[in-house]
Design a binder for this molecule. Structure first.
Ligand code: SF4
Length: 337
């Protein structure tokens, strides 16, 4: 019989940077359309794997000199190249042992979650969506920070997750919460979109643990995460500057009477893809947008805090940040001479 240790060892050999296992009963209480037991009713275990985002991929953004590494190698390569291979290899290993195994990558969201109609009474609308961060907690990989980012003791906020659902019954890891994030609010202060609420929170009860995170304004984040703001995005076309300002300040909502603008502001991704060449190039080359924000609050400020506090188990020779973050200065007013 296959043991949890054998599965973990194999997953690490396949290229996972961290592995954890959860039992499927830990999904009890999840909304039907987020409950993977409807995907694989005979599944006994969920195996979670963290794939690191190298800290060095943030360095060029910290310096303000190289922005392409993070979206290409930190998003597209992991999501579309590396992680699918790792998760596929592990699923093959399990099926060779006679246990059905379903490799689940974040690409599933691209087809659209819950857009179908239920095929029978009592079933959720397909596609059922696995909530990755909750699943990461269920597998004992780490916790959800105030920023809503998934945090591990090894990599802080710098990893992406993939999963295998399997019929194999494996010893689960303990769920651990509240050990990494101390709610320092650096993510709130440094998010250039002001997308993370300091006061409003959301939460869930996962395997008997009450967890919570700051309410995230996804509209603001999805615009600024791609485009940055005029203070932090060296590639921003002039006409996008006001567009982003309006989204952050919510001024766009007052444009509701103007249906053209209304459509434009609802279709943030399409608008940026059509009108922001750097973002368009990301989509064309990597099927991923740019990430010009460089996750300034939810990743970089968080990483700086966890690094300085010494809570991460992986140590570097130098601190992540040793000076104040840069800002693009507005042009000096003309002297009139
Ligand atoms: S990606 Fe950028 S805009 Fe979105 S929450 Fe993180 S810091 Fe804020």
């Amino acid at each position: 019989m296959l043991t949890a240790e054998q599965v973990k060892e194999y997953a690490l050999r396949c290229g996972a940077d961290k592995v954890g296992i959860g039992s499927m009963d830990r999904f009890e209480g999840a909304p039907k359309n987020f409950d993977p037991r409807y995907i694989m009713p005979r599944a006994k275990s969920i195996i979670g794997m963290a794939i690191r985002v190298h800290r060095g991929l943030l360095r060029g953004i910290e310096e303000g000199t190289y922005f392409a590494g993070y979206p290409s190698m930190g998003y597209a390569n992991i999501n579309d190249v590396y992680a699918p291979m790792v998760v596929r290899e592990l699923a093959s290993f399990l099926e060779d042992e006679g246990y059905e195994a379903l490799p689940y990558i974040n690409g599933s969201v691209r087809y659209g979650a819950n857009r179908g109609v239920p095929v029978e009474e009592g079933k959720p609308a397909p596609d059922v969506f696995l909530h990755f961060r909750i699943a990461g907690v269920i597998c004992g990989l780490g916790e959800i920070g105030y920023s809503k980012m998934f945090l591990t003791k090894e990599f802080g906020p710098c990893q992406r997750l993939v999963f295998v659902l399997t019929e194999a019954e494996l010893e689960p890891d303990p769920v651990v919460t509240g050990e990494i994030c101390d709610k320092c609010m650096a993510c709130v202060r440094e998010c250039p979109a002001h997308a993370i609420s300091a006061t409003k929170q959301q939460g869930a009860c996962v395997a008997g643990h009450d967890i919570s995170w700051g309410d995230l304004d996804c509209h603001k984040c999805s615009a600024v995460y791609q485009a940055g703001t005029k203070e932090i995005s060296p590639f921003m076309p002039e006409e996008i500057k006001g567009y982003i300002d309006k989204i952050i300040s919510e001024e766009w909502k007052q444009d509701g009477a103007d249906m053209v603008d209304y459509t434009k502001y609802k279709d943030v991704w399409g608008h940026l893809r059509r009108n922001f060449p750097y973002i368009a190039a990301g989509w064309e080359s990597f099927h991923h947008p740019a990430a010009l924000c460089g996750a300034k609050g939810c990743v970089r400020a968080c990483l700086d805090h966890l690094d300085k506090k010494g809570v991460l188990s992986r140590k570097f020779k130098h601190p992540f940040r040793d000076r104040k973050p840069w800002k693009i200065q507005p042009p000096a007013p003309e002297s009139g001479e």
